[in-house]
Design a protein around this ligand. Structure first.
Ligand code: GDP
Ligand code: IMO
Ligand code: MG
Length: 431
C-alpha cells in the first residue's frame, strides 16, 4: 500500500494542484506538509475553477480527509475566508473532512507587515519578491521559539503569554523599521475571536495519521512551492522559508521517513519563476512572451507576470535527486504546440568547462551560461490528449529526451488544465 509525495520540481506553479486533485481519487488522506498561503493552486473540474491557497487540493473531491500538518504556517483569518469561499462553490468542509495539526504555528498580522516592510526597504538586488503574506517572518518565529501555535488558542492565559513573548521580539524590530508598536489588546481580542472557528479542526495529526496507516489507508502528501525554492537546496536567498523537498513530508505531519513510498515530481514542460533570483534559461524576448501568453503564466497569489524560459534539465536532474523522485508528472506540454524548434538546457558552461549542475555560490551561478540542445517542435495540437497515441512523434521525442536527461521516468502527462486531460503511464500508488 503506497503513500505518495507530490513535490514541485522547479520554482513552483508546475501544476501540483491539478495533479493532487487527480491523484486524490486513489488516496484516503491528503496532507499539506509545508508552506502556507503563499501557495496558489488552480483546479479545473468540468469547467468549474477552484483556487486554493492553504487548503489541501483534495478537499474538492469530497469524502476524503484533508490535513494541514505542523510543517505549514497558518494564517487563521485567511483560512476562515478560504473555507467560506470554497463552501460557496459547493464544497463541504467540516471537522470530519479537515484537520489542522495542533502544533501548527500561526501567521499573525504583524508577520505580513514585517514581510512587506522589509521588501519595501530592500535595495535592488536584495529584494526577494515574496508574496508579502508573512511566510518568512512566521517561520523565523517558529525557529526562534516565539510562535503562537494552534493549540495555544484554547487557553487565554497561554495565548496572552505567547503573544507577549512574540511582542518582546517584534516591537523593537518594528521600531527600527519605523513601524508603530503592535496593538497588544486588539491582537489578543482578534485571536480570541477567531479561536472558535479554528479549534474545531485542531487534532493530534501525527496520531490520527499513524492510526490511518495501521488501518491500511493511503496518504497523498501535497507539497507547495518547488524544490528550487527550498530553504536549503533552492537558489538561496531567493527562496521560500521552508523545506520544500520530499524529505519534509514526514516531518511536516509527524510520521517517520518510512511513511513515504513514492515521490512524484511535478515538472512543467518549460520553466517559469515568480519573484527575484537567478534563472539561467530565462527568455527575455518574444519566445518568453509566447510561453507566458500560451501558458497563462500569471501568479495566482499576487497576479504578477511569471518569468518564462526553456526547460532546464540540469536543474530538474538536481531536484529529482534531492527529493528522490521515482517518477514525474510532466505538465503543460500543450503550451509548446506550434513552436518550430525547442531548446533544452543540459548543463552550464563555467569558465570554459561544462558543469552538469548549478553551482551553489551565487557568483559562480552568475558566470554560468546554459548549454542547449535543440529539438524539433510539432505543429499538431496536444491539448486535451488523453492517450499516448494522440501525441505527435516529435512531442514523444521531446518527452523521452527529458526522461533521459533528468534520469527519471514520466508517470503521468498533463495536456490541459482540466482534471481528466491526463495520461496515466504508471500509477504511483500501485508502483
Ligand atoms: P501549482 O502551484 O503547482 O498548483 O500550479 P498553479 O495552479 O499555480 O499553476 C498551474 C497552472 O497551469 C494552473 O492555472 C493550471 O490550471 C494550469 N495547468 C495545469 N496543468 C496544465 C496543462 O497540462 N496544460 C495547461 N495548458 N495548463 C495546465
Ligand atoms: P505554489 O505552491 C511560485 C516565491 C515568491 C518569492 C519566493 C519567496 O503555487 O507553487 P514567500 O512569500 O514564500 O516568502 O516568497 O517564493 N513563491 C512561489 N512561487 N509558486 C509558489 O507556490 C510560491 N510560493 C512562494 O514568489 O519569489
Ligand atoms: Mg501555484
Amino acid at each position: 500500500m503506497a503513500n505518495v509525495v507530490v513535490v514541485g520540481a522547479q520554482w513552483g506553479d508546475e501544476g501540483k494542484g491539478k495533479l493532487v486533485d487527480w491523484l486524490s481519487e486513489r488516496a484516503d488522506v491528503i496532507a499539506r506538509f509545508q508552506g502556507g498561503h503563499n501557495a496558489g493552486h488552480t483546479l479545473v473540474i468540468g469547467g468549474q475553477v477552484y483556487k486554493l491557497n492553504a487548503l489541501p487540493s483534495g478537499v474538492v473531491r469530497g469524502g476524503k480527509l484533508s490535513v494541514i500538518g505542523n510543517g505549514v504556517v497558518l494564517d487563521p483569518w485567511h483560512l476562515v475566508n478560504e473555507i467560506a469561499k470554497i463552501r460557496e462553490q459547493g464544497v463541504e468542509i467540516s471537522p470530519e473532512t479537515l484537520m489542522i495539526a495542533e502544533n501548527t504555528p500561526l501567521i499573525l498580522p504583524f508577520h505580513g507587515e514585517l514581510d512587506r516592510a522589509r521588501e519595501e526597504a530592500a535595495s535592488k538586488g536584495t529584494k526577494i519578491g515574496t508574496t508579502g503574506r508573512g511566510i518568512g517572518p512566521a517561520y523565523e518565529d517558529k525557529v526562534g521559539r516565539r510562535c503562537v501555535r494552534v493549540a495555544d488558542l484554547a487557553d487565554e492565559a497561554t495565548l496572552i503569554a505567547r503573544v507577549d513573548r512574540a511582542l518582546q521580539h517584534h516591537d523593537p524590530l518594528r521600531k527600527g523599521l519605523g513601524i508603530e508598536p503592535i496593538d497588544r489588546t486588539a491582537l489578543i481580542e482578534k485571536l480570541k475571536e477567531i479561536a472558535p472557528q479554528i479549534l474545531p479542526f485542531a487534532a493530534p495529526v501525527w496520531k490520527v495519521l499513524t492510526e490511518k496507516r495501521k488501518a491500511g489507508k493511503r496518504i497523498l502528501f501535497e507539497g507547495a512551492q518547488g524544490a528550487l525554492l527550498d530553504i536549503d537546496f533552492g537558489t538561496y536567498p531567493f527562496v521560500t522559508s521552508s523545506n520544500v523537498i520530499a524529505g519534509q513530508a514526514a516531518t511536516g505531519v509527524g510520521l517517520g521517513p518510512n511513511a513515504v513510498d513514492y515521490v512524484l515530481g511535478i515538472v512543467k514542460a518549460y520553466t517559469t519563476r515568480v519573484g527575484e533570483g537567478p534563472f539561467p534559461t530565462e527568455l527575455d524576448d518574444e519566445t518568453g512572451n509566447r510561453l507566458g501568453t500560451r501558458g497563462h503564466e500569471f501568479g495566482t497569489v499576487t497576479g504578477r507576470k511569471r518569468r518564462c524560459g526553456w526547460f532546464d534539465a540540469a536543474l530538474v536532474r538536481q531536484t529529482a535527486a534531492t527529493s528522490g523522485m521515482k517518477g514525474i508528472a510532466l505538465t503543460k506540454l500543450d503550451v509548446l504546440d506550434g513552436f518550430e524548434t525547442l531548446k533544452i538546457c543540459t548543463g552550464y558552461e563555467l569558465d570554459g568547462e561544462v558543469v552538469d549542475y548549478l553551482p551553489t555560490a551565487a557568483e559562480a551561478q552568475a558566470r554560468c551560461t546554459p548549454v542547449y540542445e535543440e529539438l524539433e517542435g510539432w505543429s499538431e495540437s496536444t491539448e486535451g490528449a488523453r492517450s499516448w497515441a494522440e501525441l505527435p512523434a516529435a512531442a514523444i521525442k521531446y518527452v523521452r529526451r527529458i526522461e533521459e536527461l533528468i534520469d527519471c521516468p514520466v508517470a503521468l502527462l498533463s495536456t490541459s488544465p482540466e482534471r481528466d486531460d491526463t495520461i496515466l503511464v504508471t500509477d504511483p500508488f500501485a508502483d
